[in-house]
Design a binder for this molecule. Sequence first.
Ligand code: NAP
Length: 451
Amino acid sequence: MLRVAVVGAGPSGVYTAQALVGQTAVPGVRVDVLDRLPCPYGLVRYGVAPDHEKIKSLQGSLRTVLEDERIAFLGDVEVGARGLTPARLLELYHAVVYCVGAARDRRLGVPGEDLVGSFSATEFVSWYSAHPDARPDGFDLGRSGAAVVVGAGNVAVDVTRLLVRRPEELRPTDIPQGALAALAGSGVREVHMVARRGPAQAKFTTKELRELGTLPDTRALVDRAELALDPAYDDPSGLPAAARRNLDVLRGWPAGAADGARAVRMRFFLRPVEILGEDGRVAAVRFERTEPDGAGGVRGTGRYEEIPAGLVLRAVGYQGVPLPGLPFDAARGTVPHAAGRVLRDGVPSPGEYVAGWIKRGPTGVIGSNRPCAKETVASLLADAPALARRAVAPHPVAALRALGHEPVSWRGWLAIERAETALGAGLGRGPVKIPDWTGLRGAAHSGQPIG
Ligand code: NAP
């Protein structure tokens, strides 16, 4: 039997587990999927916006994989904590696949970034997704008026959309009650989503962009003169299809005033240089106007513009976090690898693999993790004869307990699901997420422990 630990129960971890048990070349593979959270599904649970129910429903197919009898879910087990080092894991399993994602948000590196009212989009997303590590104080949106979202990727679109969504649209989702109440009382009327480059270089996908233009009671606005700064505006023929489609959507958006409605205002060619404060709170963002440099990048023009805002969210991408004991390429924010085999000093480390964002960086959609996981699993299976000869401890769960971990089993997770259904029922809603560690652990351990 080949015993494999997959670290991380997000899409890349689950697809890795699926590929491991779904093949016939190496029979008898058993997989433990470990996660530092008591809940599976990673960014599908804690990143995909609550109003994107179709993408959320992917949880159903991830669930089917995790219910396979050859796969065990072990939640609330943090690799790197309580002596569970990568070296120790290798004593418990023939192979370990790290699918730990890219947990940290990138910073702007401009003055004022830490003023009250300036946050990373990750903090905001964690809050409305009920992540147990989210800011305990939540977000005070009551007096914000205008918000600036820096970045032009899909995360920027998500947080922009959530800021203008009406509470009655969010109520049927599993958004936690505290976030729903805060968004219902929000004073944000206008969201400026600001890109440092042009529409042809924006990272968001057309479907997400288009949705911004269809939100009830919200006007999506764009300044035509700003669009026209992009040479591709007049002649998009040289653009990739996705960028051409984005331009088509933006062409259909009007310019002008919000006319009393909530507004999403898309801005281009502005790079943030400072977040300005008043009495210690965010008051505006100062941008330098940029212009295309002819090579897909931009250069500064020495002209500046301030956008008043009481809330600033930076949505400028994620980056991987080093895991002590595992090699890390700080420049790329990933673990060095060859076809998924972890490289230590340039040489494949027997039994150690990576898949997902920690392998290839924080790009692509959820489905991109499938081929990525398959590549890694192919490497692992090719190594299987040597891996099977490695001596490992007989009872990994007992060894985890001996280190002080108290794994949440699949039954424990199902108990969390039941508790979330009960919480929602008490509020007259469908299932509502439990937002704190105590609540999650309490619910999990009311389910049956691992035998
Ligand atoms: P992203 O797609 O890499 O976008 C990051 C944005 O931040 C880019 O517009 C980038 O501009 C900008 N940026 C970076 N540094 C900046 C700086 N210093 N100042 C100003 N702007 C800066 O990252 P993301 O939005 O975090 O998304 C991560 C991945 O998750 C993507 O693959 C995304 O598609 C995926 N995702 C998908 C969905 C969905 O399908 N609905 C939802 C959320 C996330 P430059 O291009 O100029 O660098």
